[in-house]
Design a protein around this ligand. Structure first.
Ligand code: BGC
Length: 737
């Protein structure tokens, strides 16, 4: 099957709905990388075999050596260490006819040697500077060790907390995801990713991977064009505009056509409409998987679907290498398509400066976190934490506290605090994360601090509860640290329930039974269903997987050195049966009404999330008022409205508030979400201080894509809501004319 028929398949479905698919000719006219003389000169010298070689990416040293012996390899990933990478590079630069350097990739997702909080946590910071700092530190460390290219940022918007990979992105909102993705792309790449402290970024996974049915990884995604363009594509579009060097295709189907063979999303939208000039890499064996998906009958078919669709480089599987020549002879692919893919790959290699500087200086390799990097990670982790609940101001704890019992299986956890994707870069040789017990000991040196696990994360054994209760009875306050292990989120880590695993909730109940004060700290990579904690724990701090300084960062917040200011980047459901539940949903014709049976709700559950998107408390209090709009009318072309509010710290200590602006278009030709985030600003205010926060709205903020994938700005009323969560009540409106 070729790209045309794949495209026709998708377009046919759309056409039969009476809507217009983007025309192939419009898409074909764009989508070429800019002409680069160095690339053209090299391309002229290359044999077909050498060109096909550039399309191959392998994931281990032995395969790399074998492929290089034939002179047929474009890049290597998941091999770490400057000396090893230089040795491989030498084979390419000194041992092949054209001396084309290899590109070295790695999943540097939230740190190389210095692990930052997981990306979902970074979403909770509502602070692009947190993401930028992670990326800047990571790029410097990774590049110093010979890595040129990271498989980040992941920017898959998702409504699926069961999906383990929710940990890798920024949650359920496309606007927040786009802001953080752009910050990360800039942090990794700087203004020139050829520099010695930068790497090429990779926007992944293209696209709609977060829509996996049932939250089961790799699963089917069937999505309307409007939702594809309004929900899943915006972070990618923004990343392309920010100059992201590469894009990775996703494992899922999109409306029946797997991404790796989907010419509509890769060729027409990404390369055509967005004008993406870098290269598209497959995901791990993603081209080969077209066979099991049922799009291709064999490897040749798979290559014949993927290359014309727009996948330029093949990761791990070898269908391009094996079948490209034959497919050319059979005219199932064209020389132009091969040249286009090679051009894109060579262009990124030139931009990386690999032809001038193929080797890395081994003496400069960063092998362990620097004090500055550790400090940055600790600060980032503090900014990511979300105070879900704090009855009677049980938090912060006094530094003068006499004794603290740390209880719970994650209280002494090390690598679990790093969360998913903390493996390769850090290796086993680096220092493990600081535990919560050690963090508390350091924060309150005068206190007697004990640790009792009570149970394991996933086990059923409750025999440790008695000792935990005894420790709680003996202490002034107990900090219960529960949640998920690192392996419970991330790739291929879907859960069918998202309760606290094992007997951890019972452990919390056992501590409550002692009648002594206690707080709960959650370490986890996804939203959890925690109505029990909400009803029974005096305070709940969402710490996520906070990274290598986790214990210190948690203690900073527990003792009030850091006043928590993070907000949820994703709704926390009351029960797994509510999923998907997300704040930016459409209305039904019968919105939930507890007094009316025939409305959209569950018989056996209160409507709405346990904690809404944007929720997060502070040790101080804020007031947001005086909402002002500079205009009451916005011309659909060139309009602009300034929205401002006053935010005041009404409590007695300094703190951060995230002012959030949401819009609603109550009447539109494609029904619009009940709210859409279109602005946020995290501000720090001293006790009693206040400031004005302003946002600029333009037609881009009020428009949306329709089911022909056309952006529309329609006349009519737009409601504006500003506050400190998606439940904001302060409101006003304007009219688009
Ligand atoms: C994941 C990607 C990752 C790649 C390379 C795949 O399994 O889906 O996110 O970048 O492996 O490690």
């Amino acid at each position: 099957m070729n790209r045309r028929s794949v495209l026709a398949g998708l377009a046919g479905g759309v056409a039969s709905m009476g809507l217009l698919a983007p025309s192939a000719t419009a898409a074909e006219s764009g989508g070429r990388p800019p002409r680069d003389e160095r690339v053209e000169a090299l391309l002229d010298k290359m044999t077909l075999a050498e060109k096909i070689g550039q399309l191959q990416l392998v994931g281990d040293e032995n395969t790399a050596r074998a492929a290089l012996a034939d002179g047929r390899l474009g890049g290597v990933f998941s091999v770490v260490g400057a000396a090893k990478l230089n040795a491989l590079q030498r084979l390419a630069v000194e041992g092949t006819r054209l001396k084309i350097p290899l590109i070295f990739g790695l999943d540097v997702i939230h740190g190389y040697t210095t692990n930052f909080p997981i990306p979902l946590a970074q979403g909770a910071s509502f602070d692009p500077a947190v993401a930028a700092t992670d990326a800047t530190v990571s790029a410097k460390e990774a590049r110093s060790s010979g890595i040129h290219w990271t498989y980040a940022p992941m920017m898959d918007v998702t409504h699926e907390p069961r999906w383990g990979r929710i940990a890798e992105g920024s949650g359920e909102d496309p606007y927040l995801a786009a802001k953080l993705a752009v910050a990360k792309v800039r942090g990794y790449q700087g203004d020139d990713y050829g520099k010695a402290d930068r790497v090429a970024a990779c926007a992944k996974h293209f696209v709609a991977y977060g829509g996996a049915e049932g939250g089961r990884d790799y699963n089917t995604v069937d999505v309307s064009l409007q939702r594809l363009h309004n929900l899943y594509l915006p972070p990618f579009k923004a990343s392309v505009e920010a100059g992201v060097a590469t894009v990775m295709a996703s494992f899922n189907t999109i409306s029946g056509v797997p991404a790796h063979g989907n010419g509509y999303v890769l060729h027409d939208v990404l390369k055509g409409r967005y004008g993406f000039s870098g290269f598209v890499v497959s995901d791990y064996t993603g081209i080969q998987e077209l066979i099991l998906h049922g799009l291709a009958g064999d490897g040749a078919d798979a290559a014949a679907a993927a290359l014309p669709a727009g996948v330029d480089m093949e990761m791990v599987s070898t269908n391009y290498a094996e079948f490209a020549q034959r497919l050319l002879d059979q005219r199932r692919i064209t020389r132009d398509q091969i040249d286009d893919a090679v051009r894109r790959i060579l262009l990124v290699k030139f931009r990386l400066g690999l032809f001038e500087r193929p080797y890395v200086d081994e003496s400069g390799e960063v092998k362990a976190p620097s004090p500055a990097a550790l400090a940055a990670s600790r600060q980032a982790a503090g900014r990511c934490m979300v105070l879900l609940k704090n009855d009677g101001a049980v938090l912060p704890l006094a530094k003068s506290v006499g004794s603290v019992a740390v209880v719970g299986p994650l209280g002494a956890a090390t690598y679990d605090l790093n969360g998913t994707w903390a493996g390769l870069g850090t290796g086993a040789s680096t220092t493990p994360p600081v535990t919560v017990v050690d963090g508390i000991k350091a924060a309150a040196p005068g206190a007697a601090v004990t640790y009792t696990a009570g149970c394991t994360v996933e086990g059923t054994d409750t025999s440790g509860f008695a000792a935990a209760q005894q420790a709680a009875r003996a202490a002034d306050v107990t900090v219960v640290v529960v949640g998920e292990t690192a392996a419970m989120s991330g790739e291929a880590a879907a859960r069918s329930t998202i309760d606290l695993p094992g007997v951890q909730q019972q452990l919390v109940a056992a501590i409550k039974e002692t009648g002594k004060p206690f707080v709960v700290v959650l370490v986890n990579g996804r939203p959890l269903t925690i109505p029990y904690l909400h009803d029974n724990a005096p305070a709940v701090l969402e710490a996520w997987a906070p990274g290598v300084q986790g214990g210190h960062a948690i203690a900073d917040v527990l003792f009030g050195v850091v006043n928590p200011g993070g907000k949820l980047p994703v709704s926390f459901p009351r029960a797994v049966g509510q999923i998907p539940i997300y704040y930016n949903h459409e209305n039904t014709g019968r919105p939930a009404d507890p007094a009316n049976k025939y409305t959209s709700k569950y018989l056996d559950l209160e409507s709405g999330p346990l904690y809404e998107f944007g929720h997060g408390l502070s040790y101080t209090t804020f007031r947001i008022d005086t909402l002002r709009l500079s205009e009451t009318r916005m011309p659909a072309r060139g309009g602009r409205i300034e929205v401002s509010v006053r935010v005041a710290n009404t409590g007695s200590r300094a703190g951060d508030e995230v002012v959030q602006l949401y819009l609603r278009d109550p009447v539109a030709s494609i029904v619009q979400p009940v709210r859409r985030l279109r602005g946020f600003q995290r501000v720090t205010l001293a006790a009693g201080a206040s400031t004005t926060v302003s946002f600029t709205l333009t037609p881009e903020d009020v428009g949306f894509y329709d089911n022909a994938a056309q952006f529309r700005v329609e006349p009519g009323k737009i409601e504006v809501y500003v506050g400190n969560s998606s439940a904001a009540t302060l409101s006003s409106s304007f009219t688009v004319v």
